[in-house]
Design a binder for this molecule. Structure first.
Ligand SMILES: [Zn+2]
Length: 350
């Protein structure tokens, strides 16, 4: 049990605290009770000397308790008042550590795409975008896939169904979201008069079971040049130039034979591993070379679909492996990391 006087002081304090509506009023209340010179508690503590030793001990302990209650009450009220203020009017404590702003960055694959755009644009390539919704006509018929070619099914195309689309539709009436970019080249050829050179980056879609190495949507990057006279060596030199620009150092390439329905002849371009300079390492699987792009000369039937005569025009087409180039750039041997959406991994490339 506290003395009547102490109880009164405590009750009055709590009532006054209830009425406080601003930080200024709170400051006043603090001064009233805890003020150095004339604070209610301090004045009483000073007068302890006039009491008998027994009372001095009792009252002294009570006043210390009271001081504790007042300090706690004031601190809680101050916190509540500050919380109720808007960020703009809240007093600023400049001694507190700042909050680092969240920032973003380009995904390494997108950065590579932009770097390729820059490198090709410097060589007068136009950047072309085709539609994502397309048809069997453009993606397979124009691309010289025979009607029964297994690739039509193995590409796991997302065919579109719904109102106005017949289940047995074929060709231009059979709609799909693009399984590869290559069909876009015929759209470009149909609308432009050669000679021309263009790149067409974009997302493609495959109805595949997703696992560590297969995604349902991923980026491709293709380039096509059509000119009257275009030796393969010129195309290879161009690719070497682009790769050297992107990597900022000389890049060694080699060409091997390859086969795809839409090219004749077809090839694969490998680049020498930049991590080990061809000696063999984990990234290049000890081979010293990395396959970076298949390509070839557009097949006569592809030229024909684009309205061009293959006897008159020559072409050089490549499909740049963005993932492979990103692996080369950072020396990372597991491409899955780039598609993991793990910000702890991705944020180091900002
Ligand atoms: Zn290597």
């Amino acid at each position: 049990m506290y003395t009547q006087e102490t109880n009164n002081l405590l009750n009055e304090f709590h009532q006054a605290l209830e009425r406080v509506a601003s930080v200024e009023e709170l400051r006043g209340l603090r001064e009233l009770y805890l003020g150095r010179k004339n604070g209610l508690i301090g004045v009483r503590l000073k007068s302890l000397g006039t009491l008998s030793p027994a009372d001095r001990r009792t009252v002294g302990a009570e006043l210390n308790d009271l001081k504790g209650f007042v300090e706690t009450g004031l601190a809680n009220k101050e916190a509540a008042l500050l919380d109720s203020l808007s960020v703009l009017t809240r007093p600023i404590d400049v001694s507190l550590p700042g909050i680092a702003p969240l920032d973003g960055g380009l995904h390494p694959t997108i950065q590579m795409m932009y770097d390729l755009n820059d490198a090709f644009a410097a060589l007068n390539f136009e950047i072309f975008e085709g539609p994502e919704v397309t048809s069997e006509l453009y993606e397979f018929d124009h691309m010289n896939f025979p009607p029964d070619h297994p690739a039509r099914e193995s590409m796991d195309t997302y065919w579109l169904e719904g109102s106005g689309i017949s289940a047995d539709a074929r060709g231009a009436d059979r709609l799909a979201i693009r399984p590869h970019l290559t069909g876009g080249s015929v759209r470009y050829m149909q609308r432009h008069t050669p000679p021309f050179r263009f790149v067409y980056p974009g997302r493609v879609y495959r109805n595949e079971t997703t696992d560590a190495r297969h995604e349902r949507a991923f980026f491709q990057y293709e380039a096509l040049i059509v000119e009257k006279h275009l030796p393969f060596s010129a195309g290879q030199l161009l690719i070497k130039t682009v790769l050297s620009t992107v990597f900022g150092r000389p890049v060694t390439t080699r060409m091997r034979a390859g086969f795809f329905p839409f090219v004749e002849p077809g090839f694969e371009i490998d680049m020498q591993c930049l991590i080990c300079d061809g000696a063999g390492c984990k990234v290049c699987k000890q081979v010293g070379w990395i396959e970076v792009m298949p390509g070839g000369m557009p097949h006569p039937n592809v030229f024909k679909a684009g309205g061009l005569d293959h006897n008159e025009w020559m072409g050089f087409y490549v499909n740049v492996g963005l993932d492979r180039l990103v692996m080369m750039r950072y020396g990372i041997d597991d491409v899955r990391l780039f598609h993991s959406a793990d910000l702890r991994f991705l944020s180091q490339f900002r």
